[in-house]
Design a protein around this ligand. Structure first.
Ligand SMILES: [Zn+2]
Length: 422
């Protein structure tokens, strides 16, 4: 089953294998092993958000791996999520009872976080269109695109150094063997964000060890190629269900409402995970019309503000293609347009204006022929006639489509014979 949140312009996985191999070689030289899963009774630090994945990791690290887990939660006072706090309180009680010897209270640390949509509005990012294209994630549930990276200082550095300071305190008192910091990343995340890959984690780990002059420190997620620490989401959910843990109290939502929205990326991923496993999702999501409307409006407003700030197309003179002149032309994609096909629909990305346009069924059909060189009015009309019954309105519809595409600058209009002159 295809997940409803997916990278719009990317493949299945962001791992850079050749680079990862090179990085692993360095670790082999410096510490004889790339990664060592701590033995039973040893200690680790876990970065805990209060979401489904990090909470599940907390559970399995104690329950299956028998580790002392010292969770750290980073709290940004500007983006305080009550739901996260409630989740952490709830599972602290549950795990304290379930694993009295391995449970340790959550350390709360204040830190600032990076708001991705705010960074998208920066002209600096928009001018680097390549960066935007390669990192868009599409949420089919809310029909929304989101940039999936933080281009500022990678937050993992911030998290690691804070966790490292905490680890040193623990080493001095109760956890002498502590040198592993675990981030709540799962194999599924490597397909969504480049920042969530083992390659990126390894490179950060390398730079941190270099800064510290100490190669014993391990920073990783549950994505190690060593199968002993490779934990897909369904494995974690299954483990929690077997332990009779109610996962409905974990908080994944990115929207700061009282109840999780059910539509943002993390909500959709979480709902999808339960659905795919055929497990009843005990989470309460928003369902009132007003809530949903508010949520959609806020997303649309942000996207609209971003796009309208860049749009100067209205200044351009309109071109008018009519029945009497359309035969003179052929149509090709503008150089500023990139496209991808998602579930048989053509998604156009306008590199100049940073805008995404999803074509409908007939538009998608036409586009796929135009890029193959069937690009005159008559060729395109024939294609439509083969597909649709209502033949009478087809010429007008096609002219409307071509006019729209030419005027929004996704298609370029050329006069026949133009090429011959060159
Ligand atoms: Zn949500």
């Amino acid at each position: 089953m295809k997940t409803v949140v997916s990278p719009a312009f990317q493949k299945n996985n962001f791992e850079d294998k050749p680079l990862l191999q090179q990085l692993d070689k360095i670790f082999l030289t410096k510490r004889k092993q790339v990664f060592r899963i701590p033995k039973k009774g040893e200690s680790v630090i876990l970065l805990l958000s209060g979401g489904l994945d990090s909470t599940n990791l907390w559970n399995i690290l104690m329950g299956k791996y028998g580790l002392h887990v010292y969770p750290v939660h980073f709290l940004d006072p500007n983006y305080f999520f009550k739901g996260e706090e409630e989740s952490i309180c709830y599972y602290s009680k549950v795990f304290k009872e379930l694993y009295p010897d391995l449970f340790h209270p959550v350390e709360i640390m204040r830190t600032s976080s990076h708001r991705l949509l705010k960074t998208l509005q920066s002209a600096a990012v928009i001018s680097d269109i390549g960066l935007v294209i390669r990192n868009l994630v599409y949420n089919r549930e809310s029909d929304n695109y989101k940039v999936s990276i933080s281009y500022e200082t990678n937050p993992f550095y911030n998290y690691f150094f804070n966790a490292y300071a905490y680890a040193q305190r623990l080493r001095a008192s109760q956890a002498k063997d502590l040198n592993t910091i675990i981030v709540g990343l799962l194999p599924e995340d490597t397909a969504l964000h480049r920042n969530s890959t083992l390659t990126v984690l390894r490179s950060i780990n390398l730079s941190l060890c270099t800064i510290l002059g100490d190669f014993s420190w391990q920073l990783t997620g549950a994505i190690e190629e060593d199968k002993k620490f490779y934990l897909p989401r369904k494995v974690l959910i299954k483990y929690a269900i077997n332990k009779k843990i109610n996962l409905g109290h974990t908080w994944s939502c990115m929207e700061n409402f009282k109840i999780q929205c059910g539509k943002c990326g993390p909500c959709v991923i979480r709902r999808d995970a339960f659905k795919q496993m055929g497990i009843k999702d005990l989470t309460v999501y928003q369902n009132s019309l007003l809530d949903r409307l508010h949520h959609q409006l806020s997303l649309k407003k942000r996207l609209f503000n971003l796009l309208s700030s860049l749009d100067d197309r209205n200044k351009n003179k309109k071109i008018n293609i009519t029945k009497s002149n359309v035969g003179k032309y052929y149509f090709t994609p503008a150089l500023t347009i990139d496209w991808t096909i998602v579930s048989n629909q053509v998604h156009l990305f306008d590199k100049k204006y940073g805008e995404i346009n999803i074509l409908n069924d007939s538009g998608s059909l036409l586009w796929q022929h135009i890029i193959k060189g069937k690009n005159t009015f008559h060729q395109l009309l024939l294609i439509l006639k083969k597909r649709y019954r209502n033949q009478q309105r087809l010429p007008n519809d096609l002219i409307l489509f071509l006019n729209n595409c030419v005027n929004n600058q996704s298609l370029v209009l050329k006069e026949k014979g133009e090429n011959n002159k060159l």
